[in-house]
Design a protein around this ligand. Structure first.
Ligand SMILES: Nc1ncnc2c1ncn2[C@@H]1O[C@H](COP(=O)(O)OP(=O)(O)OP(=O)(O)O)[C@@H](O)[C@H]1O
Ligand SMILES: [Mg+2]
Length: 463
């Protein structure tokens, strides 16, 4: 993408309404524009990051064997009356009446809709286990939408639902989701800690929330400091293996880590004092096992091996995709702007032409721009006729992890400059070497690296 042809409405002034850094930076970097309270348009740069996150979610769901689909945003109230949640959900549910006087609602979550699909089409235990998911907009009429996309009213969520014959099988599904979520967040450059949580309006006994530690987080969290040393990393794992998934669950949940809702002071105080931590966290996902709550209420049964109908055991699992854009910025920025982790960056590299209009500099930038494309990566080329200082400030603000700077002086010596956004470190090298370096960063040669997609395939491959 050439910046001269892009739509990147960066703001010079810090917007007064934004209270936290991610909200400020998303507005300043031209990623979002508020449409009304808690509802945002995703401008091109923000949309690109959102799509990258969706893509990681799809790849990791595919890896775990879960099946993508798409359900509508508007739902009929009747299904929610069957589960009893039409009344329980309260003022957070946006209720709509259509022209025929039918009660509709904008889905805050999809347990009812998916259970209806399941009961209509699945009749035998032989069709289990089954896990379906989608990535779709949700609406919750939050009392106090704030912090930009972190607590919106309309927000993008990945929500998945597992159907299993027995509690045991459903608990394996639960563990499998925990594993796949750990991998998902790590690929986004985040450490998200699973913490024992409260089930809220979804209901059920077993539930963990995933929290990213950040001072601006809305949850108060309590944990054993040893937990932050845990890494899923690039380990190989068989998602069908009950033992392997169980072992990961135990590894990541055996140390104390809870939100204020489930915090137990007596338990917490059993940890050696120097390891006790109190902090704030951003909830970026949650997994639930709720057994037969919905299947019994809505008659979602299958014929068991003995021919008798059994209500299926279910769980649901959510990732806050749009909130994650803000969470990643909260976890990765400095006073100049955003610093995207390589796995989610909207463009892999920025190219800055220090002297637009200079024949040699223009030609060198053009060939770098094409070379980046040729290796399957994306560059954002600042080809505007602007001063170097302004170009650097824009690149720093929008946070591309790598920048190649091209100017007449360097070119005389046959070099360009490669700069890391994170460390600020610059190294001069011939253009070809800069391309090789970039390629190596994004496609390191060992194939099992977690930062790598399963294969170089587009989003559409996963659906
Ligand atoms: N208002 C919101 N804006 C943006 N993302 C949200 C919002 N509400 C929930 N999410 C995201 O969707 C995920 C799954 O939804 P879930 O039903 O667990 O939310 P929740 O527990 O009600 O969230 P919260 O406690 O933050 O209100 C959450 O972990 C969160 O990341
Ligand atoms: Mg939650």
């Amino acid at each position: 993408m050439r910046l001269s042809r892009y739509f990147l409405p960066v703001l010079k002034e810090t917007p007064a309404e934004a209270q936290i850094v991610s909200h400020r930076l998303m507005l300043r970097a031209g990623m979002i524009k508020q449409a009304s309270a808690g509802i945002y348009s995703w401008l091109p740069l923000g949309f690109k990051v959102l799509r990258k996150l969706e893509n990681i979610v799809h790849e990791e769901q595919a890896r775990a064997g879960h099946i993508p689909m798409l359900m509508p945003t508007l739902q009929s109230a009747d299904l929610w009356r069957e589960s009893g949640r039409y009344d329980d959900y309260g003022a957070e549910m946006l209720r709509i009446t259509d022209r025929h006087g039918r009660d509709m609602l904008y889905g805050p979550t999809n347990e009812e809709l998916i259970t209806d699909i399941f009961r209509s089409h699945v009749g035998s235990y032989k069709d289990l286990p089954l896990t379906l998911y989608h990535i779709q907009w949700k609406f919750r009429d939050e009392v106090r939408p704030r912090f930009g996309v972190m607590r919106g009213r309309e927000f993008l969520m990945k929500d998945g639902y597992n159907f299993d014959l027995t509690k045991e099988d459903a608990l394996h599904s639960y563990n499998r989701h925990l594993v796949s979520y750990l991998r998902t967040y790590e690929r986004m450059g985040l450490q998200a800690i699973p913490m024992r949580a409260d089930s809220g309006p979804i209901g059920g006994d077993d539930t963990h929330e995933f929290l990213v530690l950040a001072d601006t987080g809305e949850s108060e969290v309590f944990y054993d400091s040893q937990i932050t040393d845990l890494k899923f990393g690039d380990r190989e794992l068989d998602y069908d293996s009950v033992e392997q998934c169980q072992a990961v669950l135990e590894e990541f949940t055996s140390r104390y880590a809870r939100t204020d809702e489930t915090h137990d002071v007596a338990e917490f105080n059993k940890i050696p004092e120097d390891r006790r931590r109190t902090a704030r966290g951003i909830e970026v996902g949650q997994i639930f096992y709720f057994g037969t709550k919905y299947s019994e209420a809505m008659g979602a049964t299958v014929q068991g091996p003995d021919g008798k109908p059994v209500p299926v055991h279910m769980g649901s699992h959510g990732i806050g995709v749009s909130r994650l854009v803000g969470a990643i910025i909260e976890a990765s920025h400095d006073d100049k702007g955003i610093i995207w982790p390589e796995g989610v960056t909207p463009y892999h590299v920025g190219i800055v032409n220090l002297k637009q209009g200079d024949t040699e500099a223009d030609a060198a930038c053009e060939s770098l721009y094409k070379a980046v494309q040729a290796v399957g990566l994306e560059a954002l080329y600042d080809d505007r006729d602007e001063r170097a200082g302004g170009k650097f400030a824009t690149m720093d603000l929008i946070g591309l992890p790598w920048r190649i700077t091209v100017g007449p002086r360097g070119l005389k010596n046959g070099v360009v400059e490669l700069t890391s956004r994170r460390t600020g470190e610059s190294v001069e090298m011939p253009p070809q070497q800069a391309i090789e370096k970039i390629l190596e960063i994004y496609h390191p040669h060992h194939h099992h690296n977690i930062a790598q997609p399963m294969a170089k395939q587009s989003f559409h491959t996963w659906v």
